[in-house]
Ligand binder design. Structure first.
Ligand code: C2E
Ligand code: MG
Ligand code: MG
Length: 621
């Protein structure tokens, strides 16, 4: 035993340990069932036991008994007045406290510990030679966990100590760990990050937090049911845990606090802490490993699932020097990753902040715009390739901002989708388009079909079908006048549920169009499963037909295959005569584009396109 102070003795662990283990760090490894009780005992044995007794010989004897029982980490003092300081500096897991001591007795110490909120943290067993029940009762009333009679009986001592430590470990577990996965919880993560951050700042080192969030977990949860979803979360936790344990991005880690660790923040959110990394780019290696591990197929409930996730990385001190900034920035980076691409990772960058702020402002203003009628619909004609007659109009939303002027839908639709505002916005658009249809009809104008863009978020939200039905009734518009334009997202995500919605819409008489075809991942054969009437070839393909090394072959193939599936083919973004000629040669059915007209206000649309039989002829196409 090494003497640090005449009054304080600290015994070091027998086998190579270092600082006292304080929060069961490193418990992320799911042990096999047999190994679990062994591991639990090992952890208890690793506890730091503190003794306060005015008689050094009692300390010595008790320590020998405890060593025989398997414990090895002790702190002791025969100066009771130093108890509180020692508890604060050594943070023991258990205190053995003598009651009868000169000057400061055990009761005084219990009282002082209570005042300093230390009794909650450190279970205390009082040692007393008194046999009178009142003394023992008083100690318990003052907050002692248990008592032992002096002289101490070794087996009694071992039993009481083990019980007290096990109870503390269990309590700590509940407070610091997530019951579902056994991982450290948010609080533990925050404590560890706080420690790691201060250590890194002191030693001019770098570390990182990786915020992991499963893509579309809500839907997965709904589809699987809570029991299987829990199982899935455990599997995911295990997979991420394996990546983290295999992390070799560290410098030489010396203690548990410097080891990478995985915690569960909430629901489907996990966080990996890399307390020290040689270079910020090392965090990306871990992120990639996690992405790969999660993407491996998972067999669950008789199905094979492929799960994806997004990861936000915040490094310190670069992205913040306090816990809150690191946590907030990792989360912001994760959301940025989600916006950019499914199954990806992103480093935090301060530009995100500006970007996020801009979006936040835009979202607030958009909310007002919906309420204050700052939105309007413009209409772009759709013409027949064969005879130039008007066959429809696409309604495109416009936002006349009081200060910024016209804001492009390309800017505000994504914000509306992210914030859920797309639902009221989409409803407004549907309503306005149907009202326009009835207004034109009432004016005895030959109304074309009106196409309305519907975002996949509106499908996700669940009440789209009822909304469409209600708007048709309210406005008196005919379902056959309405075309709903969907994007590939609708058929790629949540396919089965969305097929049902689409079939019901179709049963109502609404036509369905696949917009921007070719930009997503769907194939024509996949499209076959959906009750689509029309396919719009994305304007990026149309822009490059009839040029060297162009998309002509792809466009011809899309047209031919779509026709074989009895779909009407519409070309978007036709700007030049040669594009129209090519489309005509391939048998494309309809087209729209700046060559005929930009989207225009309804009055202009009716004057230019509803009053004439053949707009294309008048324009000379
Ligand atoms: P989209 O549905 O593919 O709409 C066609 C877009 O192409 C429109 O842009 C239109 O102005 C533009 N366009 C038409 N002809 C040409 C052309 O010849 N050349 C070029 N370069 N562009 C052409 P806009 O109005 O800015 O809308 C952009 C996108 O915003 C739309 O793409 C659609 O995805 C979305 N959007 C617009 N209105 C709504 C809406 O009411 N609801 C939803 N969910 N999305 C909307
Ligand atoms: Mg469209
Ligand atoms: Mg389009």
């Amino acid at each position: 035993m090494r003497k640090l102070d005449p009054a304080i003795e600290t015994a070091q662990p027998r086998s190579g340990g270092t600082t006292p283990q304080r929060d069961e760090a490193g418990d992320t490894i799911a042990a096999s069932p047999g190994a679990k009780s062994q591991e639990r005992w090992e952890r208890l044995r690793d506890a730091v036991i503190m003794m306060v007794d005015d008689e050094p010989i009692t300390i010595e004897v008790t320590q020998i008994y405890l060593e025989e029982a398997g414990y090895s980490r002790f702190v002791s003092t025969d100066e009771p007045q130093r108890t509180l300081d020692l508890i604060r500096s050594e943070r023991p897991d258990l205190l053995l406290l003598d009651v009868v001591m000169p000057d400061t007795d055990g009761f005084d110490i219990l009282h002082a510990m209570d005042e300093a909120d230390l009794l909650e943290e450190v279970p205390t067993i009082v040692l007393t030679s008194s046999t009178d029940a009142e003394t023992k009762l008083r100690a318990l009333e003052l907050g002692a966990t248990d008592f032992l009679s002096k002289p101490v009986d070794p087996s009694e001592l071992a039993l009481r100590v083990r019980n007290a430590l096990a109870a503390k470990a269990y309590r700590d577990r509940l407070a610091h760990y997530d019951l579902l996965t056994g991982l450290p919880n948010r609080q533990t993560f925050v404590n560890r990050l706080d420690w790691a951050l201060r250590h890194a700042l002191r030693h001019k080192q770098t570390g990182a937090a990786l915020h992991i969030d499963i893509d579309g977990f809500k839907q997965i949860n709904d589809a699987l049911g809570p029991e299987h979803a829990d199982q899935l979360l455990r599997e995911i936790a295990e997979r991420i845990g394996n990546c983290v344990r295999g992390t070799d991005t560290l410098g030489r880690a010396e203690s548990d606090e410097r080891q990478p660790s995985l915690s569960r923040l909430a629901g489907d959110e996990f966080v990996v802490l890399l307390p020290v990394i040689a270079h910020t780019s090392n965090a990306a290696h871990v992120a990639k490993r996690v992405l790969d591990a999660i993407a491996e197929p998972i067999s669950l409930a008789g199905q094979v699932l492929q799960i994806t996730c997004c990861i936000g990385i915040s490094t310190y001190p670069e992205n913040g020097e306090d816990v809150n900034s690191i946590v907030a920035n990792a989360s912001a980076a994760m959301h940025q990753a989600k916006r950019l691409q499914k199954h990806s990772y992103q480093y935090y960058s301060s530009e995100f902040n500006a970007n996020a702020l801009h979006k936040l402002t835009l979202a607030t203003e958009l909310r007002k715009a919906i309420e204050h009628d700052e939105l309007s619909l413009f209409y772009q004609p759709k013409l027949s390739v064969g005879n130039g007659r008007l066959c429809g109009a696409e309604a495109l939303v416009r936002w006349q901002h009081p200060e910024r002027g016209m804001v492009s839908p390309g800017e505000f639709i994504p914000v509306a989708e992210e914030t859920g505002l797309i639902v009221p916005l989409g409803e407004w658009v549907l309503n306005a388009a149907c009202q326009q249809a009835t207004a034109w009809q009432a004016a005895d104008l030959r109304i074309p079909r009106i196409s309305v863009n519907v975002s996949s978020e509106q499908f996700r939200q669940g009440s789209l079908l009822q909304t469409v039905a209600k708007i048709l009734v309210d406005t008196g518009a005919n379902a056959s006048q309405l075309v709903v334009e969907i994007t590939e997202g609708v058929i790629m995500e949540n396919a089965d549920a969305n097929i049902q919605i689409l079939q019901a819409m179709k049963a109502m008489g609404v036509r369905l169009s696949m917009d921007d075809f070719g930009t997503g991942y769907s194939s024509l054969s996949y499209l076959n499963r959906f009750p689509i009437d029309e396919l719009k070839i994305d304007r990026s393909f149309v822009a490059e037909v009839a040029q060297p090394g162009d998309y002509s072959a792809i466009v011809s193939a899309i047209i031919a295959m779509a026709h074989s599936m009895r779909l009407i083919v519409v070309a978007e973004g036709v700007e030049h005569q040669h594009q129209l000629q090519f489309l005509r040669s391939q048998g494309c059915d309809e087209y729209q584009g700046f060559m005929i007209s930009r989207p225009v206000p309804p009055e202009e649309f009716s004057a230019r396109f509803l009053a004439t039989d053949n707009p294309a002829q008048e324009i000379g196409s």
